[in-house]
Design a protein around this ligand. Structure first.
Ligand code: HEC
Ligand code: HEC
Length: 341
């Protein structure tokens, strides 16, 4: 009896051990598959990092809703005085941002935080620097109603658009309940999902085109990984998949007044540990979206990279490394999506 139980325990333990090992092996296989695009001749720390992956267009978007969203994105009737459209601050021919430190809203109102690009935003873990909108649909209502951006109300905008027979008919054709706030947000969000900038030189490199990057850009990619940038800027967007403090190793905000928008994710959660925490921005097309940082305070990519090293990694990088990283970042600029204009 005792022997029976003993054998039972041994058999049971062995089965458990085999099951655990099998799971680990599956896990490991999956990791290796993910890392395959990242293992050309660099042999650096990337093996432990979530890989940077090529961007893919988002499949299955209704082309008619995309087209309607595109129209609305450029439509100044979405603002109180009909002077400002989404495209005023997110110029698709200028990196999907406005090139200003702070945006200009209706009546020349000046914002308090730098406008990020709308390109590839569909792949972000949430919208806004502090992630306060969970979805692109949810995001739309905010600029529309913000007194310093479009300053409108939903009833004002919907009332106005309803007078446009052609637009109202398009809504009725594409949505069972026609022109509503939710459908307007859906159309714009659908258009935004089409704004994926595929086929950057770096993505071509990841897909196996070794000639897509020159020697300096390859060094930049290696330094980007080995200095630790990719511990925060990673995945499809080379960012956009986590929140991190700005000023991990040294206080970015020291010696200057702190504004409410500097508080970042604290404004959403109210938690002390979220003070100065921001969504790590995507570095896709970053060469097109100066000035940099949530406070739009930095004019050049070179300066942004050197400050990142100082504040996020705790050391200054040699000038050559900074130049190489900047050269690498420029290879992240993709093709403008065909759906725009
Ligand atoms: C007056 C300028 C202005 C207008 C008009 C404007 N935006 Fe923005 N947009 C901004 C700023 C500034 C932010 C960043 C705000 C923040 O993070 O708190 C932003 C953020 C966003 C984001 C989040 C991007 C990210 O990476 O987090 C999206 C998406 C977006 N806007 C889409 C739109 C759409 C759609 C419209 C039209 C309905 C619009 N914007 C109108 C200035 C503007
Ligand atoms: C600990 C996480 C972390 C590390 C490490 C890190 N970054 Fe960042 N990065 C951030 C955050 C957070 C921001 C947004 C800061 C802000 O404006 O509030 C940012 C912003 C940036 C920006 C500006 C983007 C824009 O659109 O304004 C660039 C460029 C950048 N990082 C490049 C780098 C490079 C290059 C490295 C390595 C030298 C690096 N980062 C290391 C978290 C990190």
């Amino acid at each position: 009896m005792r022997v029976d139980r003993y054998i039972f325990f041994i058999v049971f333990s062995v089965i458990l051990l085999v099951a655990v090992l099998a799971l680990r092996v599956m896990d490991w296989r999956e990791q290796q598959d993910l890392l395959r695009p990242l293992t050309p001749r660099l042999g650096v720390t990337e093996a432990v990092l979530p890989p940077i992956l090529p961007l893919e267009p988002i499949a299955g978007l209704d082309p008619e809703r995309v087209a309607l969203g595109e129209r609305l994105f450029h439509d100044p009737r979405l603002s109180a005085d009909m002077t400002v459209s989404c495209a005023s601050c997110h110029d698709l021919a200028a990196g999907g941002a406005d090139g200003r430190q702070f945006s200009l809203g209706i009546g020349g109102a000046v914002g308090a935080i730098n406008a990020p690009t709308v390109f590839n935003s569909a792949y972000s873990l949430a919208q806004f620097w502090d992630g306060r909108a969970a979805t692109l649909e949810e995001q739309v209502g905010e600029p529309l109603q913000s007194p310093i951006e479009m300053g409108a109300t939903w009833s004002q905008v919907l009332g106005r658009l309803a007078l446009d027979d052609d637009l109202a008919a398009t809504f009725s054709r594409l949505y069972p309940d026609g022109l509503t706030a939710a459908n307007l947000a859906d159309a714009i969000a659908t258009f935004e999902r089409s704004l994926v900038t595929v086929n950057s030189r770096f993505d071509r490199y990841l897909r196996g085109d070794e000639a897509a990057l020159n020697a300096q850009e390859l060094v930049g990619y290696e330094r980007f990984l080995s200095s630790g940038c990719a511990s925060c800027h990673q995945g499809k967007l080379v960012g956009g998949n986590m929140y991190q403090r700005f000023g991990v190793l040294s206080d970015y905000f020291a010696g200057r007044p702190v504004s409410p928008s500097d508080l970042g994710r604290y404004n959403v959660t109210g938690k002390e540990e979220d003070r100065f925490v921001f969504k790590v921005p995507s570095l896709r097309n970053v060469a097109e979206t100066a000035p940099y940082f949530h406070d739009g305070s930095v004019k050049t990519l070179k300066m942004a990279v050197s400050l990142m090293a100082r504040y996020q990694l705790g050391h200054d990088l040699p000038a050559d490394d900074i130049d190489a990283i900047v050269a690498f970042l420029k290879t992240l600029s993709g093709e403008l999506p065909g759906a725009q204009q």
